[in-house]
Ligand binder design. Sequence first.
Ligand SMILES: [Zn+2]
Length: 479
Amino acid sequence: MEKLSDLEWIRAAVERHEDEIVKLSDSIFDFAETGFQEFQSAALFTEMLKADGFTVESGIAGIPTAFTAGFGTGKPVIGLLAEYDALPGLSQEGGVTECRKREGNPDGHGCGHNLLGAGAYAAAVAVKEYLEKNREKGTVILYGCPSEEKGNAKTLMARDGIFDGLDAAFTWHPADRNYVSSFSSLANVSVYFDFKGITSHAAAAPHLGRSALDAAELMNVGVNYLREHVIQEARIHYAYTDVGGIAPNVVQGSSRLHYFIRAPKTEQVLEIFERVKDIAKGAALMTGTESSFEIYSGLSDFVPNRTLTQVLYEAMKDIGAPAFDDGDYAAAAGFFSQAFGQESLQARAAALAGEFGRKPEEIAAHPLDTGIAELKWNMPVLPGSTDVGDVSHVVPTAQCSYATMALGTAMHTWQATAQGNTSAAHKAVLAAGEALALAVVRVMQDEEIREKMVEDWKQETGGIYICPISADVKPHLEG
Ligand SMILES: [Zn+2]
């Protein structure tokens, strides 16, 4: 009998586990637990991984819903990153093409992290069986990374050394198309600024009061002037989370602002953060109030490792796009015809037709990505942030996306949530698991790849990790 290639073997291993992988994904979809509250999701993962023969460690980095599951011996040690947190307020029934909240749970998987976690699990199980079959040296570790959407658990895990000792890391993300991530994302610090003033009767004794609301407003004015004197790519956002009360005739004794400071590199974020801190101090000085700040979370820019990204791209091309069928196209067409924002259906079909070289009516009837986008470098920075960035600064990392939903679907919407347990999404999870597993196996087998990826990583990051959060920042487990 002819020997199966690694590709055929990996594909067969994932297929053998198809039922468990789909069950895991759909169960997490139903649990829909938000950041740091993923107790049922983490329990299901660890129960399944233990049954598969992995050694599980739960509650790592001081986070009850974070875990590692390892299998194998010695080097190379390759990590797979799983996420499983839902988004608040995005409750939605799966598979229906209208906004319909599920009873009993206000939250939902608007970013597809149920699929993400299940795809990483699929890869881990396939690699484990590959190591067993070939009696090869090497270790695969599935990292259970909670709370990506808020709290950025991977940053806390990276700061606490959880990824130390890894040789490489891979992950993926659900999307409306298939591509390898050759672009960076923005670093970010999320920080609260507090002002403490003195309350007083605003008409009878204003001279005795010191307004914390004035301080907050002056701080924002200062930051709005700062914008002209920071790099173009920086993004600074703020929201008032305490305005010191609702009575205009009371001098406000407290105020709180929530700031996001984003820039392409962590060093740039930290530099702008120092200037924002000075502005807060200035606002306090101007108003006779006291200021303080509390870092809530932070994350680094994502650095795609050049060599690993190429390996993952080739694995994706070898595995191919998810094997969608007519039922998947029909279901996707139902979602495609839903409005996303203000864009008309015709405009969206025309734009996608141009991008994919297909006819607009053909896109509208078959709105699923059936190819793998070509790998291109020197792409613009993604105007968002991910805590995979912190992993990429500690260890060579690559990630990709697979089409789990109709073309043009916007993330963090009910439409994205509704497509989190469709037959198309299940097919994409299997394809993602296969591509990740194939990439892991190829890195394990090839010393030259491993040497090159380390060279790239040293060049790309300088070989040092500047964590955007200080040692005293704790996970916000309260939900
Ligand atoms: Zn996400």
